[in-house]
Design a protein around this ligand. Structure first.
Ligand SMILES: Cc1cc2nc3c(=O)[nH]c(=O)nc-3n(C[C@H](O)[C@H](O)[C@H](O)COP(=O)(O)OP(=O)(O)OC[C@H]3O[C@@H](n4cnc5c(N)ncnc54)[C@H](O)[C@@H]3O)c2cc1C
Length: 423
C-alpha cells in the first residue's frame, strides 16, 4: 500500500478516472494514486443510459446545465464534446450519434466505456485502490494527509472526485462534501435531480403504467412559471417518469424544499395550447358523422390515456358523440387535457436520482484549472460541484471536462513544484 503520492485522486467514478488518465498522460513520471471506497469500480457508469452509457451530446452548451453558467461555459470550452469523441476514439471506443443528439458507444454497452477507462488506467500503471473510503483530509504546508479506511496517504495534490449523492449504493454517499468542508469549502443546499416523481395514490396514474407520450409540463410557484418543457412522459405505478419529468423534477423539489408549494401542470398535447385544442374540438363538432369523443381524442393521444382522462371527468364522456358535447363539458375537457394540475407528493429520492442539484459553489474554484481558490493543490471535479445537466449525456460531459482540466493542470503543477525543489 503506497504511503505517499504526488497526486491522490479520491473517487474513481467518471470524473476521477478521467482525471487520473489525463494526469498520468500529462506527466508519466508522477506517482498518481486513485482511491475509491467502493468494492467494485464503475457501478454508476454501468447502469447509465439504460446500460448503454450516454457519453455526451452532439451539442453541449452551458444552457444545458443549472448552476453558474458563465463559469460552466468557461470549463466546457476547454474540453468540449468533440474532445470527448476524439478521446474515446483514442481509447479504442468509437461513439455513434443517435437522432436525439445523444452519443453512445457503437457497441451499445456501457461496459465498453468502463473497460476502456480501466484498461487505460492499467496501461498507465495508475494504482487503483478499492475499498479505500476516505474519512478525513488535512492540509499542512504543501502536503495533504488523507486518512482512509486502510490507513493514511500523504500527497502533494488532491483531486476530489467523490460525486454527489445520487444512487448512493454505488458509493457516492455525499461524504465528499464533508471532506471539502473540512478544507474550508462551503456546500449549497443539495437535492436529488433527474428523478421520477410520486403522485397521490388516489390519482389514476397506476392504470396508465408503462405508457409514454409527448407532453408539455409547466411548473409554477404562486402562478409564476419557473419551468416549462416538452418531451416524453412515462406513467409509472407510483407516479411519472421519462425525460420531461426527470428534467422538471429539480424545479419542483427545490421549490418544495424552499417552503413553496409548486404545482406541475400537464398538457397532454406537447405542441398545442389550450385555445388550439378548444378550436380543434369546435371544428370536430361542426363536422357531419357521429364520431365519439374517444374516437376523436385517440387520433392524437394513446387509447388508455383517453380512457382514463375522460373517465376522470365523467364516466360516459368517452362514448358521447363529439357533436353532442355540451359547452361546459367541452371547457372542462380542454382544461383537464391541457392544464391538469398533477398531485405530486414527492420524488423517488436519492436511490432513483441520476444526479445531484447543488454542491460546492463554482465560485470557489478556478475555472481554468479546477483548483480550489481556498486550498492550493486541491482540485474539485464532477458531480461534487454545484452544477447539474439535463438528460442527454451532459452530466458525463461535465465529468470528462472537469476531470481533464484537473488532471492535466494538477500534473503540470506537481511537476513544476518538483522541479523548483530540485533547483
Ligand atoms: C441511473 C443513472 C443513469 C445515468 N445515466 C447517465 C447518462 O446516460 N449520461 C450522463 O451524462 N449521465 C448519466 N448519469 C449521471 C452520471 O452518471 C453522473 O453525473 C456521473 O457519473 C458523475 O461522475 P462523478 O465521477 O462526479 O461521480 P460518481 O460517478 O458518483 O463517482 C464518485 C466516486 O467516488 C467514490 N467515493 C465517494 N465518496 C468517497 C470517499 N469518501 N472515499 C473514497 N471514495 C469515495 C464513489 O465510490 C464513486 O466511485 C446517470 C446517473 C445515474 C444514477
Amino acid at each position: 500500500m503506497p504511503q505517499t503520492a504526488d497526486i491522490a485522486i479520491i473517487g474513481a467514478g467518471a470524473a476521477g478516472l478521467a482525471a487520473s488518465i489525463f494526469a498520468a498522460k500529462t506527466n508519466p513520471s508522477l506517482h498518481i494514486v486513485l482511491l475509491d471506497g467502493a468494492k467494485t469500480i464503475g457501478a454508476k457508469i454501468l447502469v447509465s443510459g439504460g446500460g448503454r452509457c450516454n457519453v455526451t451530446n452532439q451539442k453541449v452548451t452551458a444552457s444545458d446545465f443549472h448552476g453558474n453558467r458563465k463559469i460552466i461555459d468557461r470549463i466546457l470550452r476547454r474540453f468540449d464534446e468533440q474532445a470527448t469523441i476524439q478521446w474515446f476514439d483514442s481509447l479504442g471506443v468509437p461513439l455513434k450519434t443517435e437522432n436525439t443528439g445523444k452519443l453512445f458507444p457503437v457497441s451499445n454497452k456501457a461496459r465498453t466505456i468502463l473497460n476502456a477507462l480501466l484498461d487505460e488506467c492499467h496501461r498507465l500503471a495508475i494504482p487503483l485502490l478499492t475499498q479505500h473510503s476516505v474519512q478525513s483530509i488535512s492540509h499542512e504546508g504543501n502536503r495533504f494527509s488523507i486518512h482512509h479506511s486502510q490507513g493514511c496517504l500523504q500527497a502533494r495534490q488532491v483531486i476530489l472526485a467523490t460525486g454527489g449523492r445520487s444512487l448512493p449504493k454505488t458509493g457516492s454517499n455525499g461524504s465528499g462534501w464533508l471532506l471539502a468542508q473540512q478544507l474550508n469549502h462551503t456546500v449549497t443546499a443539495t437535492c436529488p435531480a433527474l428523478v421520477p416523481l410520486l403522485l397521490d395514490d388516489n390519482f389514476f396514474h397506476a392504470h396508465l403504467s408503462g405508457i409514454s407520450h409527448d407532453v408539455m409540463l409547466t411548473t409554477r410557484v404562486k402562478n409564476r412559471i419557473i419551468d416549462r418543457r416538452t418531451g416524453s412522459l412515462l406513467w409509472t405505478h407510483v407516479g411519472i417518469s421519462g425525460p420531461a419529468v426527470m428534467d422538471a423534477s429539480r424545479f419542483w423539489i427545490l421549490a418544495t424544499e424552499q417552503g413553496d408549494q409548486p404545482q406541475i401542470h400537464l398538457n397532454c398535447f406537447s405542441d398545442s395550447a389550450p385555445q388550439e385544442i378548444e378550436q380543434w374540438l369546435i371544428h370536430a363538432m361542426s363536422l357531419p358523422g357521429n364520431k365519439t369523443i374517444h374516437g376523436l381524442l385517440t387520433e392524437r393521444l394513446p387509447n388508455r390515456v383517453v380512457t382514463q382522462f375522460t373517465q376522470f371527468l365523467e364516466p360516459n364522456l368517452a362514448r358521447t358523440p363529439v357533436n353532442h358535447l355540451p359547452k361546459t363539458m367541452r371547457h372542462n375537457l380542454v382544461q383537464i387535457l391541457t392544464n391538469l394540475s398533477l398531485p405530486v407528493i414527492g420524488s423517488r429520492g436519492w436511490n432513483f436520482a441520476e444526479v445531484t442539484a447543488g454542491g460546492i459553489p463554482l465560485t470557489e474554484i478556478n475555472p481554468s484549472t479546477m483548483e480550489s481558490k481556498k486550498v492550493p493543490g486541491l482540485y474539485l471535479i464532477g458531480e461534487l460541484l454545484d452544477c447539474d445537466g439535463r438528460i442527454g449525456g451532459y452530466n458525463f460531459q461535465w465529468a470528462w471536462a472537469t476531470g481533464h482540466l484537473a488532471g492535466s493542470h494538477g500534473a503540470l503543477d506537481t511537476h513544476r513544484e518538483k522541479s523548483q525543489k530540485k533547483e
